[in-house]
Ligand binder design. Structure first.
Ligand SMILES: NC(=O)c1ccc[n+]([C@@H]2O[C@H](COP(=O)([O-])OP(=O)(O)OC[C@H]3O[C@@H](n4cnc5c(N)ncnc54)[C@H](OP(=O)(O)O)[C@@H]3O)[C@@H](O)[C@H]2O)c1
Length: 330
């Protein structure tokens, strides 16, 4: 079967390749074999290949945080899943044609929900929902501000906030994104810049913002903190600029701003199975109804992983890049 591997850390499309490896074999009693139908290329995957992620795997390495697929075979003791079921894999190493995993790692998904959206269910929607709910108690009508707002996480966050009547300020780095984000429900969309706080205050009527969500790091963290009310919280969850988060003493000492971080991988590890089923059941229902959906810019076969990786690294994409390891999907 085919699998994506990399033998050295470096530029993703240079060091990663699609290779032929032994098939996964039959499932053990408590295992299932999943035929992977789609997986997205996320920034964390790119960082993993370039060696900049929190976890540096032993080389040569396999990767892939999420996928959706179809159960091909179940072990003798597996009762809650059957061949043909659609599942997401809660485990890693998804960039291949088939995975043999413990059955507890496979979560059943609705058969009639959009397949590509389910491929992206594990990471970004869960991240957006947890960041909205875990740090600051927000009431209907409250505002939250976020940067990289056109990203997968950002667009999920806009839609999840809207569903709870929470208003969003979306900070982007391109003017062309204003209308598309308004069209999916963003209340205020602004292009980043030195006078960000004044522009945000003018658009929100000076409402007190308690929560800022940052995927970039560097100086934009200060500009987001400038937009917050006293005692507000900045949640950093990405390192898109590659720079450390910056705050001044006037933020931390005089304004009482708190800077904290969110990492889904760590949160999921400590979450009981019943809560995971509830979380992903809720998100899958929203995908099925069409309430949650992220733009897809292109799909690639697994043999073209290098082109897919190069595409995923481009600035100014209109959506995510996904790979279909077992051919086209309906
Ligand atoms: N901590 C966690 O548990 C967790 C979980 C999920 C995701 N994340 C992080 O969340 C972030 C977004 O992930 P995603 O999958 O939603 O992204 P995505 O859909 O692939 O979109 C990438 C986004 O990053 C923006 N961007 C890239 N480089 C930038 C830079 N130097 N300055 C400002 N913006 C930049 C892009 O803007 P343009 O469109 O203008 O190019 C685009 O909005 C990533 O950093 C990812 O690692 C973290």
């Amino acid at each position: 079967m085919k699998q994506v591997r990399f033998e050295a850390f470096g530029t993703p499309e240079e060091v990663a390749a699609c290779v032929e490896v032994d098939d996964v074999g039959a499932p053990g009693p408590d295992e299932v074999v999943i035929e992977i139908q789609a997986f997205p290329i996320n920034p964390a995957d790119l960082l993993t290949i370039s060696g900049g992620y929190a976890v540096r795997p032993r080389l040569p390495a396999t990767l892939g945080a999420e996928s959706v697929g179809r159960i091909r075979a179940v072990g003798a003791d597996v009762k809650h899943l059957a061949a043909g079921d659609r599942v997401i894999n809660l485990g890693r190493d998804n960039w291949c044609q088939r995975r043999r995993v413990p059955a507890a790692q496979a979560l059943k998904m609705p058969a009639d929900a959009d397949l590509l959206q389910l491929a992206m269910l594990k990471v970004n929607p869960a991240t957006a929902l947890m960041m909205l709910r875990s740090y600051v108690e927000l009431q209907p009508g409250d505002w939250v501000i976020q940067d990289a707002a056109n990203s997968g996480v950002g667009t999920n966050l806009i839609k999840l906030a809207k569903a709870d009547a929470i208003r969003t300020v979306s900070v982007v780095r391109r003017e062309a994104l204003i209308r598309p984000l308004e069209a999916i429900g963003a209340d205020v969309v602004v292009v980043d810049g030195e006078d960000l706080a004044e522009r945000v205050r003018a658009r929100t009527g000076g409402a007190p913002l308690k929560l800022a969500i940052d995927a970039i790091g560097g100086e934009i963290v200060m500009r987001l903190a400038d937009c917050l009310a006293e005692g507000g919280t900045v949640v950093n969850y990405g390192l898109l600029s590659g720079r450390p988060c910056m705050l001044g003493a006037h933020h931390t000492i005089f304004k009482g701003i708190t800077l904290t971080g969110f990492w889904l991988q760590k949160v999921l590890t400590g979450t009981p199975r019943a809560e995971l089923e509830e979380l992903y059941g809720d998100l899958a229902r929203r995908v099925r109804s069409g309430a949650l959906a992220v733009e897809v810019e292109a799909t690639y076969p697994i043999e073209e992983i290098k082109a897919a990786l190069a595409h995923a690294r481009r600035e100014g994409r209109s959506g995510k890049i996904l790979v279909l390891p077992n051919g086209p999907v309906d």
